[in-house]
Design a protein around this ligand. Structure first.
Ligand code: NAD
Ligand code: MG
Length: 390
């Protein structure tokens, strides 16, 4: 029996992970599930899977969670320290699917236990890639990518030597507004930005797909995870979302990964790795699809891509700043404080204001320094949004 834990179990990735695990419950011992405000779902899944521990991120919901779990044999806990407690419970395989920088600490703690971390939480690589990979190395832990593009790259690299890799191409659907005239984007609403043409995902990543902040995070994720130079990473808009990534080798060969837009593929690959097991995902009918399209992204439409390149060039804690500024600005968009096209300007202003602060950006990559950089970035983003609203 494999001991597994799922951080962010109540979210989109968490639920897809549970869907896979629940198909062969005899194969898994579920250690901990964590969630947020959806106590009913967290408790139901914890009981159904026989989890040892269920954790809500919110202290004030502990009584509700306790009430839902009374007499079930699943322990209830709440708050940031309980998330860490969940992370230190020995498990062979841990899904990191909390959204945002909040996923970093539990992920690091899980790596310290030396098991396998299936990493959906790309923000932890953007925020602290070198630290995360170093902790994994130091504890003999394994990090497996779950983002669809990165799982695709990982699969295309099986049996290959990184030194033979010339370039990596990640694809982007273009998100909700890919066919909108540029001038209309200014008035795009939260509701419109929350409808993805090809993937069903959590709201935050869906909006990030429309702005391509998601792709910006993924360029950095590619750089951090695979250790490839920024200039060797390319992005192509591919509206069908069927080719997830391509790896180009020095002999000119391109290895592409294709599959339906279902995250259970990447999750299942990480769950069964290094084996491949049957998965309940659709099969591609290429003749039925007929054609696949690719084009270069329009940088005027997607300034986030340029910002990602600037962050990689700056290095240090600028990834933490970028991610935190992005998160705060996304909160601002969802709350109606800033328009859709205003987001990139806020993030850019924060990067500019902090970029010259060497004490902050070039500080050692420790959790305390990351937290400080994150904090400053969020308050500057807040200030920038306030100024723009005035
Ligand atoms: P989601 O919003 O559907 O779920 C997020 C989960 O994190 C929930 O369980 C929520 O309760 C929990 N959570 C939120 N804030 C928290 C906090 N501060 N502390 C602790 N827990 C918290 O998100 P999602 O779409 O499942 O995405 C999860 C992660 O996977 C993100 O990093 C995202 O970028 C990445 N990802 C998602 C997809 C996808 O298809 N949904 C694809 C690729 C990568
Ligand atoms: Mg992705």
């Amino acid at each position: 029996m494999r001991r597994v834990s799922i951080f962010g179990a109540t979210g989109s990735i968490g639920q897809s992970t549970i869907d896979l695990i629940a198909r062969t419950p005899e194969a898994y011992d579920v250690v901990a599930l964590t969630g947020g405000r959806n106590i009913a779902r967290l408790a139901d899944d914890a009981v159904r899977l026989g989890a040892e521990l269920a954790v809500t991120a919110h202290d004030e919901l502990l009584d509700d969670l306790r009430a839902a779990l009374v007499g079930t044999g699943t322990e209830a806990a709440a708050g940031e320290s309980a998330l860490i407690e969940a992370a230190v419970r020995p498990a062979d395989w841990v899904m990191s699917a909390i959204v945002g920088a909040a996923g970093l600490r539990p992920g690091l703690k899980a790596l310290e236990q030396g098991g396998t971390l299936a990493l959906a939480n790309k923000e932890s690589l953007v925020t602290a890639g070198p630290l995360l990979m170093e902790v994994a190395r130091a504890h003999g832990a394994t990090v497996l990518p779950v983002d669809s593009e990165h799982s695709a790259i990982f699969q295309a690299l099986v049996g290959e030597d990184m030194s033979a890799v010339e370039r990596i191409i990640i694809t982007a659907s273009g998100g909700a507004f890919r066919d909108w005239p540029l001038a209309d984007l200014e008035r795009a609403t939260v509701k419109e930005a929350s409808r993805h043409p090809n993937w069903a995902m959590g709201q935050r990543i869906t909006i990030d797909s429309a702005s391509m902040f998601n792709k910006a995070l993924e360029i950095i994720e590619t750089h951090e995870f695979f250790g490839i130079a920024p200039e060797r990473i390319e992005v192509l808009v591919h509206p069908e979302s069927l080719v997830h990534a391509l790896v180009g080798f020095r002999d000119g060969a391109l290895m592409a990964h294709l599959g339906v837009s279902d995250m259970r593929h990447a999750i299942g690959y990480a769950l069964n790795w290094p084996a491949r097991e049957a998965l309940p995902v659709g099969r591609l009918d290429l003749a039925g699809i007929g054609q696949l399209n690719f084009r270069h992204p329009d940088e005027a439409r997607y300034p986030a891509l340029r910002l990602a390149r600037e962050v990689m060039a700056r290095g240090g804690l600028s990834g933490a700043v970028f991610n935190a500024a992005k998160e705060a600005t996304l909160d601002g968009f969802i709350a109606g404080r800033i328009g859709f096209t205003g987001m990139a300007g806020v993030v850019e202003a924060v990067l500019e204001r902090i970029g010259s602060n060497e004490g902050l950006i070039d500080a050692n990559m420790t959790l305390d320094n990351i937290r400080a950089a994150d904090h400053v970035a969020r308050s500057l983003a807040d200030e920038e949004m306030r100024e723009r609203a005035a």
